[in-house]
Design a protein around this ligand. Structure first.
Ligand code: ZN
Length: 413
């Protein structure tokens, strides 16, 4: 028998909503109209905030400012900052750093995709603006356009930021030192021409530290072990979904979008660990095309509302009337903290038919720690006082793993 630890409490599927591009120009009413429903349903929204938006031809800049070429620190929008601080305090949002100025270099590349000499100074300035705005040091870093070079990955880590980025072949292509810049520019141009002005909601998977939670495993101890990796949701099973960050027409049409979502959720309900965390990437400004005062993309907005109600379990997500009643509404910080805690606290070992799950911590308790049985079955003689079976019989939960405690589970292969 094989077991795999799950990061969500009681084996729940972590669900994150990430909204990119909050900047100096963002009006609080825009965020309110897109997220008030999400907040009332108990979701938290991870906002990727641009510290120092540049006035360029960028969809996240209002049309009148696209030629200014100036830098707009988010701290200059007092009303927005007050709103965001209040939301932070209530725990309804978390703030991620989204690049520094969101500008495009060499026509089509993201500012962190290229290695420029002023990169470090820009990053330092951007971090200090984030600190001034939110009175906390940003912890996570989302590169604009999901474009970041190896050198800049190192740079952001040097400043204590955990990068959240894609590792699909398209991302590797742009990062590769062996592919001439010219080809990358051509590819970036093509992508921009095809999708640059589109609107889309992208479901992705978030993996932290590879797939393995055990701290006694050396398998995933790479240099970038602590990063958050963004992957196309269900890439292994559903090939109709786009690579991360690449919107395709399928997702733009409300019908095919909801169809794709229902496939992802079916997959998640069948195999919780493979879809380690589901993250929905959204862009509030796309609903107000092009910086209209009210929502103009009403189809997209209706799909978004429908998606929220599927993710909450209020509406069935497929034709077989399946409901998602195993979602854990969370943030990058919460997910990351829980992941790290499990990883430094828990070990598992197997001798014969006995699996021993053990806490090696002197002080930390892990609540509702779940394991997925990927092969074999449980023997009846498991510790029923502390270990419970979830509705899905292949998931077990230990209510409380106290410091230095130990659990034996007996299994049949
Ligand atoms: Zn962006």
């Amino acid at each position: 028998m094989e077991i795999e630890p799950l990061v969500g409490p009681c084996g729940k599927l972590p669900i994150l909503i990430r909204d990119d591009d909050t900047n100096f120009f963002t009006m609080k009413s825009m965020l309110q109209s897109i997220y008030s429903e999400a907040w009332s349903k108990g979701f938290k929204v991870s906002l990727s905030v641009i510290p120092l938006q540049k006035g360029t031809d960028d969809m996240c800049v209002p049309p009148n400012f696209r030629k200014s070429g100036l830098l707009y620190p988010i701290t200059n929008n007092g009303t927005l900052i007050k709103f965001l601080r209040d939301k932070l305090q209530k725990g309804e949002i978390e703030v991620l750093q989204h690049g520094s100025s969101h500008s495009v270099v060499e026509s089509y590349r993201g500012e962190f995709g290229m290695n420029t000499s002023d990169q470090e100074a820009n990053l330092k300035r951007a971090i200090s603006i984030m600190k001034e705005a939110f009175e906390i040091r940003p912890r996570f870093f989302v590169p604009p356009y999901d474009d970041i070079s190896y050198k800049n990955l190192k740079l952001v880590k040097k400043y204590g930021l955990i990068p959240i980025y894609g590792r699909e072949s398209i991302n590797k292509f742009f990062r590769s030192p062996f592919i001439p810049a010219f080809f990358k520019k051509m590819a970036a141009k093509k992508i921009y021409q095809k999708f640059g002005k589109s609107a889309y909601v992208v479901p992705v998977m978030i993996n932290i530290l590879g797939n393995n939670l055990y701290n006694n495993s050396n398998k995933y101890k790479n240099a970038d072990d602590n990063d958050c990796h963004v992957r196309a949701a269900g890439a292994e099973a559903i090939n109709t979904l786009p690579p991360v960050g690449l919107p395709i027409e399928k997702l733009i049409s409300p019908v095919s979008f909801l169809d794709s979502i229902s496939k992802i959720l079916s997959l998640a309900s069948l195999n919780r660990s493979r879809i380690s965390s589901l993250c929905i990437i959204n862009h509030y400004h796309q609903y107000f095309n092009d910086w209209n005062k009210t929502i103009t993309r009403t189809n997209m907005f209706n799909s978004w509302q429908k998606l929220l109600s599927c993710l909450t379990g209020d509406t069935a997500f497929d034709d077989n009337c399946q409901y998602l009643n195993f979602g854990w509404k969370t943030t990058f910080s919460e997910l990351y903290n829980r992941f790290r805690k499990i990883k430094r606290t828990i070990t598992a070992s197997k001798t014969g038919s006995k699996i021993t799950i053990q806490s090696i911590s002197d002080s930390e308790t892990v609540d509702n720690l779940s394991f997925l049985i990927t092969y074999g079955s449980l023997e009846k003689l498991y510790d029923t006082e502390n270990v419970t079976l979830e509705k899905e019989s292949n998931i077990i939960t230990i209510k409380e793993v106290l410091p230095k405690s130990k659990f034996n589970i007996y299994v049949n292969d």
